[in-house]
Design a protein around this ligand. Sequence first.
Ligand SMILES: [Zn+2]
Length: 450
Amino acid sequence: MEQEIHITLRYDLAIGDVNLNEIIYRLNELKNLLMLRVTEKIVQDYDDIITERLSRTDIFPSKARRGLGRHIRKGNPERRFCRGRKVRKRGYRKDSRKMSTVFGDLSVAIREVECGTCSARYSPVLDALKIGRYARKEMNFEHEVIEAVIDTNYRRLIDGRSIDISLGGIHNIVVGSDIDETFQEPVAIKDLSAIMADGTGVKQQQGRKGELRAVIGITKGGCVEPLGSFTNTEWPEIECIIKERIKEAEPYNIPFIYDGEPGLDDFLSEVAELQRCTWHGPRGLYHALWEDGLKKKQSKPETDKIKQLIGIELPEGDFEILKEEDKEQVRSKYETSKFEIKELIQTFREKGYKHGTSYLENLSNRLFTNIELWLKTGVIAPKTTSLLERLFREIGRRLKRIAWGWSDKAVTNISKMIMIRQYSRDKWEKYWKEKLGIKGYFNIEILVVS
Ligand SMILES: [Zn+2]
């Protein structure tokens, strides 16, 4: 049904003095307010149309009332819907309806009607607009708040828009999100080239220290597939949940990479092949040599050497899929490193560095397995946990700035959102479009500006 809105704006302009910047500046200030007023007008017009159709059954056929006037039958304990569609107008509700929107706080006077069948009093426009009885914000607003939290610039969202939302309000939006029930579709393990898990400490309510844990998959194409994010959940429980998502008939033995986090030694052992990160090799070697009685000055050349030898497997990016044509180069570097590390082990043994020798033997075993696996699968494993480290850093920053004192559920939800938005952008956008219910039922255009 086509409707028109007429807008009259008045402006005052200092001839010979005004510049374009000031004009734009003032218009920019006006734009949210204007949209608020337009929203208000559209809601009121819609309210009038609906009420007219429900009250004037002498003019409008029942077809014109399709989808309108749904209400709970008065005094029905089972809360059944009433079949009555004829109403009497009963003026406006005492309080106008207030909603937080992306344009600012909306306040509209809403009509009330009385059902001719059951005499229940209700406001038909609310059901028509799909606003719950107690909803105080629309979904675009929720969307913007969440995006702002993810971008850590939520202050900018609020400033200049007369939006009134407290930190507690943001917390409630995040807690109330259905992100927990979505993004649960099974992941095919045959499409993954590795699984990673790690944890980090987070500050929570009353300075309580919590533990945030995340599990991600790396697809064969080199993309991140978030598998789960958890707050204060034990690893065995996380394992059960992840296993649910990657149901598979046969084991694939894809590498499972972690950074020595306790409790992960048998994680997903039926589907994945354990791989400890070798990133901390130099630090570990320094410690082992210190146990052998070496001072830092003495051990430094050795740890530097190890850094260099491990360096062959550390690419520029966080993770990378090895191209077929690069494999030969890696293979030859690997052979050289392997030889040099073996020599170093021999030297350590001769010098009597007991701890250093066994540490290096251990490390080299892992290192060589990693590279062999890398050459086999094409997935660079060692530095991969830094991908999770960066994710945790980002989550940590947000928790520190806006989410201190957040509950487990809020921390879990926000970290899920950060992961999904960052790594599955298209899924994130689809999720919001579905939530907002954008189906082409409302279109608006500018007709005349004169
Ligand atoms: Zn009724």
